[in-house]
Design a protein around this ligand. Structure first.
Ligand code: SF4
Length: 231
């Protein structure tokens, strides 16, 4: 479908409350049926859960991965496993600058001095560029991941981007994820069983300590909790 911004906003505003109690499969189905090839899911490949959900409900769905050039090798292996085994189209989207070019232009280790600027260059701009091809996109945000994600809606309209944002597993707990992984034998980033609660770029990710929330290990030296991808 081709929809105006106002129509997209109306669709999302109605669907959010209507789909609040729906299953993840029903939420993905709603988006895939309505938006077709104008719908994608995104994945950071902490696991293959969202890609797998999309592959079951709507084979051929695009799975967008922000390939910052600073991922752990384990993350890239999950991407390869998903691409090789699931009927989805994995799209790796890269920043405009290689890490070396960014070092030359902004100075080395921008992530250690200005992580917001680094995320803007290596994650946010590539996402905006990729989303130009879609009206709706899904992410794997969950309410139980951190206090900043506790109010995540299952569907809402992102006014800043003019897109419908879908969070099919917003209401899942870690136990729900574990059960899905076990039931479907989903690839999981091995770092998650080595003390990492959440996996991002290697310079900005550390293991979490007992009692910390899943995302406490992200940007540990900064008062920063999100990349800027999720409005
Ligand atoms: S997570 Fe760190 S390395 Fe990755 S883009 Fe953001 S600041 Fe840069």
């Amino acid at each position: 479908m081709t929809a105006t911004t106002e129509q997209l906003a109306g669709l999302a505003d109605r669907a959010g409350p209507e789909l609040e109690g729906a299953t993840a499969e029903e939420i993905v189905r709603w988006a895939a049926d309505l938006f077709g090839s104008r719908f994608c899911v995104t994945s950071s490949f902490a696991d293959g859960v969202l890609a797998h959900l999309a592959s079951r409900v709507a084979p051929g769905t695009d799975v967008v991965f922000l390939d910052t050039g600073l991922h752990f090798p384990e993350t890239l292996r999950v991407r390869e496993q998903v691409a090789a085994t699931l009927p989805v189209r994995v799209r790796s989207v890269r920043p405009g600058l290689t890490v070396g070019q960014q070092d030359g232009e902004y100075g080395p280790r921008l992530f250690s001095r200005a992580p917001d600027e680094c995320c803007a260059l290596r994650k946010v701009e590539p996402l905006e560029r990729a989303l130009a091809d879609y009206d709706a996109w899904a992410a794997g945000l969950r309410r139980d991941e951190s206090p900043t994600r506790s109010g995540t809606p299952v569907v809402h309209f992102e006014a800043s981007r003019g897109k419908v944002k879908v969070n099919p597993i917003a209401t899942w707990t870690q136990a729900d994820v574990d059960a899905y992984v076990s039931r479907w034998n989903i690839p999981v980033n091995p770092l998650l069983s080595r003390g990492y609660g959440s996996v991002g770029c290697w310079p900005c990710t550390r293991r979490v300590k007992a009692g910390e929330d899943h995302r406490a290990g992200r940007w540990p030296l900064f008062d920063k909790t999100e990349c800027g991808l999720h409005a």
